[in-house]
Design a protein around this ligand. Structure first.
Ligand code: XMP
Length: 512
């Protein structure tokens, strides 16, 4: 395995991801706990991450001596490179300007990290983000590549198998970065690269058992992929010590609630409390039209219901959540200051403290596509695992204006037709998210010989990699007109269909 020592970079998790992609198990430890993790893991190689501090500061983080003296291969990134030079007898100085963003490096010499990739004399794109820079090398190191702002953009000590770089190979803006990590773990550390999601499953199961012991765990199911995968994994680890609670707010898509209940009860035989509280939610939403008021009411009511159920079950010390890595990074402000709330996201935040429970979050290191892979590994059906994301507040935020049971039913039908057409056209997996929105606008139409006066339905479909930015999906006109015709013919209450052409930004994906 590989130990990744975290000096606080925003993108350290991406290093772990690249190492996993190369088929090698890795764990991240904060620099302050790195010596202990090293002792426990007995890794075959070390990666030192970047970080926001300066090695020139008296109390800037340091690489533990155990690691420096271990004789193991080391790959050091950005701050890691600077710390290495600082501690081994090189020199680091504050840069006058720094380099931030896309940069180009000139390769001056061969290096095992470049195997099958880069050659001396070539120029390659990388991603830089640094103020300080290395200005003199420690004994035993040779320069391998340079950039305009970093004379020692890549350096090597072949005898000690230490390789260090100023740029960030883990981000996608360094197009060859993933291969640099692969060369490190395979060619330098000599690891076979046979680690898989099946191994992850085994490791996590051990970890869950160690954390929970003989305690009881409660897991809130949302109907979505993340909480379902977390629940199935935890159930595999601790069986009947887990109880799932499905708070059914009545704002799900067509057939979705039934699907979740049957999947858990029949397919997995996991104890499930299905709490149908649609009346409570719809009652509370009556007369509410402000988007934030809807979100806050739903979030709060969800927690109230969940808490009451958890009390009823009684005695659980642990709360399980399907938190993913992007939820973890998004919750940290990049500027260090408070960030603007665009929308109050629905989750069960606040609940663990209120109920004095500890969190079990086995998916914290994973990205959405990795969760899907783990879901398949656990035997969840493909249609379930591959499902588009669905927001916690459900259809309530796809019905601008007042939400009523009748309007939810109309929207469910239109949405199901739209998604069926998308699946039939083979486009479902090419789209990040597609859904219908029911507008609080009525327009005049003519059907047969009669006048109609009904609601407008808007269709939305976007491509995205993480939901943070999105592009509209460019359907052809024939496809859209087929959807419009079917929805108007088959759904009573809708007589006009429009397509939303707004990217994110400036729009958000959901309408509220
Ligand atoms: P927006 O509308 O902010 O959505 O562009 C980005 C992604 O987040 C989903 N979304 C939510 N997911 N709870 C969630 O779990 C929420 O309250 C919530 N609001 C939006 C949205 O569906 C899209 O995938």
């Amino acid at each position: 395995s590989i130990l990744i020592v975290d000096f606080g970079s925003q993108v350290t998790q991406l290093i772990a991801r690249r190492v996993r992609e190369a088929g090698v198990y890795s764990e991240i430890a904060p620099f302050s706990h790195a010596a202990a993790a090293f002792e426990r893991m007995q890794p075959k190689g070390i990666i030192l991450s970047g970080g926001p501090a300066s090695v020139l500061d008296e109390d800037g983080p340091r690489i533990p001596d155990e690691i420096l003296d271990s004789g193991l291969p080391i790959m050091a990134i950005c701050y890691g490179q600077q710390a290495l030079m600082h501690q081994l007898g090189g020199e680091v100085q504050p840069g006058d300007s720094g380099e931030f963003g896309r940069a180009f490096i000139d390769v001056a010499d061969g290096c095992v990290l470049f195997d099958g990739l880069w050659k001396s004399g070539e120029t390659h794109q990388v991603w830089m983000s640094h103020g300080d820079k290395v200005t003199a090398l420690a004994p035993g190191f040779r320069p391998v590549a340079s950039s305009a702002g970093a004379p020692y953009a890549v350096i090597a000590n072949d005898e000690k198998r230490i390789y260090a770089m100023q740029f960030h190979p883990e981000v996608v803006h360094t197009p060859d970065g993933a291969k640099l990590y692969k060369n490190f773990v395979r060619h330098v550390c000599g690891l076979p690269g046979d680690w898989t999601m099946a191994e992850f499953r085994k490791t996590k199961i051990e970890e869950i058992r160690a954390q929970v012991g003989s305690g009881k765990v409660i897991c809130g199911l949302s109907g979505g992929v993340d909480s379902a995968v977390a629940a199935v994994l935890i159930h595999e680890a601790i069986g009947e010590q887990l109880t799932c609670v499905f708070v059914d707010h009545g704002l799900m898509r067509l057939g979705e609630a039934e699907q979740v209940v049957s999947l858990f009860r029949n397919h997995y035989n996991i104890p499930l409390v299905h709490k149908d509280v649609s009346a409570l939610f719809l009652g509370g939403l009556a007369g509410v039209t402000d988007p934030e008021a809807k979100r806050k009411f739903i979030g709060k009511t969800f927690i109230d219901v969940f808490e009451a159920e958890a009390k009823q079950i009684g005695g659980a010390e642990f709360l399980a959540q399907g938190t993913l890595y992007p939820d973890v990074i998004e919750s940290v402000s990049f500027t260090g200051g408070p960030s603007v709330t665009i929308k109050s996201h629905h989750n069960v935040g606040g609940l663990p403290e209120r109920m004095n429970m500890s969190l079990v979050e086995p998916l914290r290191e994973l990205f959405k596509d990795e969760v899907r892979e783990l879901g398949r590994e656990l035997g969840l059906p493909d249609v379930f695992v591959g499902r588009h994301p669905f927001p916690g507040p459900g259809l309530a935020i796809r019905i601008p204006g007042e939400v009523t049971r009748e309007r939810c039913d109309i929207l469910r039908k239109a949405d199901a037709i739209y998604l069926e057409e998308i699946r039939n056209a083979g486009l479902y997996d090419a789209i990040w998210q597609a859904f219908a929105v029911l507008l609080p606008v009525k327009t005049v139409g003519v059907m047969g010989d009669g006048r109609t006066y009904d609601s407008v339905c808007a269709l939305r479909a976007v491509t995205s990699t993480d939901g943070m930015t999105a592009d509209i999906y460019p359907f052809d006109a024939a496809f859209l007109s087929r959807c419009a015709t079917r929805i108007i013919n088959e759904v009573k209450g809708i007589n006009r269909v429009v397509y939303d052409y707004t990217s994110k930004p400036p729009g958000t994906i959901e309408w509220e």
